[in-house]
Design a protein around this ligand. Sequence first.
Ligand SMILES: Cc1ncc(COP(=O)(O)O)c(C=O)c1O
Ligand SMILES: N[C@@H](CCOP(=O)(O)O)C(=O)O
Length: 417
Amino acid sequence: MECGKESFDSRRPPFRCDCQGLLDVVHHNLSDVDADRLKHVFDSRLGERGTPFSGGVWRYKELIHPELPIDQIVTKYEGNTGLYESESLTSYAGVRKLWIKAQSENPSGSFKDNGMTVAVSHGRWLGYDNFACTSTGNTSSSMAMYAALSGSKSTVFLPSHGVSRNKALQTEAYGARLIRTEGGYDDGIRFLERHADEFGLYVCNSINPLRVEGQKSIAFELAHQLGWTLPDWLVVPGGALSNASAIGKGLLELHRTGFIDSVPRIAIVQAEGASPFHRMVAAKERSLIPEPRPATVASALNIGHPPNWPKAMRYVIEQSDGITVSVTDNEILEAKNRIDRSGIGCEPASAASLAGLRRLVSAGDVGPDETAACILTGNLLKDTDAIARSLKHEKRHGPDDVVPPIPLTPDVVRAML
Ligand SMILES: Cc1ncc(COP(=O)(O)O)c(C=O)c1O
Ligand SMILES: N[C@@H](CCOP(=O)(O)O)C(=O)O
């Protein structure tokens, strides 16, 4: 807790301490962890199939939610995502070595699954059967998927604007009750904090500390894949700042327990039109001024009042010497184009990471001889309107008509080739 009080009872789902700070999970036994023994355990689980431990979240259960009974785990074997190297992206970013960690390959298509499997499992364990969130579309699709998997209901408060159609449809397809609301994500969070209890809803947004615990596994799996030696920099897009906080917390815990020798620096990349955290850090301020009208092509980042900013401040900026940067929509779309053409692919919000890294290199904040990993947070098909926009198809053909048909004759084809 920000005030230092340790009052969290893991069998109840409160989100804020009396001091109004968001709660956090504290693992008291970290100093007793035998990293060498656990490394063997984690290695041995790589060969498992069809058990919770075969996924890239619960493989690290001892460091995430040790007391949750195994039979309560709701999993789709999330994690286990690809780690790619691409010459073209490395030279675009301008670093010596670049890895792309594709959380976009998760079962619902985004990094939210790493956190959601933990939140929904925890909620089921507490006896909840209706899971709720407000969302720009990825949290909701992930939550609806796990709720359906566990035979529970899900209720989504969807902002009136700026949510990609595909994400809303995906959420509905998994059986969620969609309640379209006036206002944005920030209004939805305020509503749920006030009223979830009254409606018997278990909140799955990242104000829930169990979500953040699950998302730590992104750092764990990356470190594991790289033999417990991480690059100089991890680069993450920042919206609600759950992922940056989770990765920061995870890295600090890996270091404290002796899994890794040093903590890499984290760069948080925000979209210029939704960058209240970057503005605060750049101005060396210590309190966040919310952005009342967040607006970016990376719709997943349309968040004006990131609830996890104090955690990001603590774990990323203060305790791991992290930095922030903002990028324009054009930079995001250009980076997305590069990532798509590399064969990896992602939605716009994810591409902010590569755009941010490129900008940091050209500003001299990241050296050309350094190494980095960009976290890709969401799948290419999550936002096909953005693809149409970045390919500039919209004007010529309309978003539903990717290329106009031609007569199928050798002469016409030859002329086109
Ligand atoms: C695809 C995608 N990328 C990045 C983010 C930002 O992550 P965070 O909100 O944890 O900062 C989100 C959602 O917030 C997202 O859906
Ligand atoms: N992009 C997110 C918004 C942040 O949500 P949260 O789960 O961190 O509260 C989304 O997909 O909704």
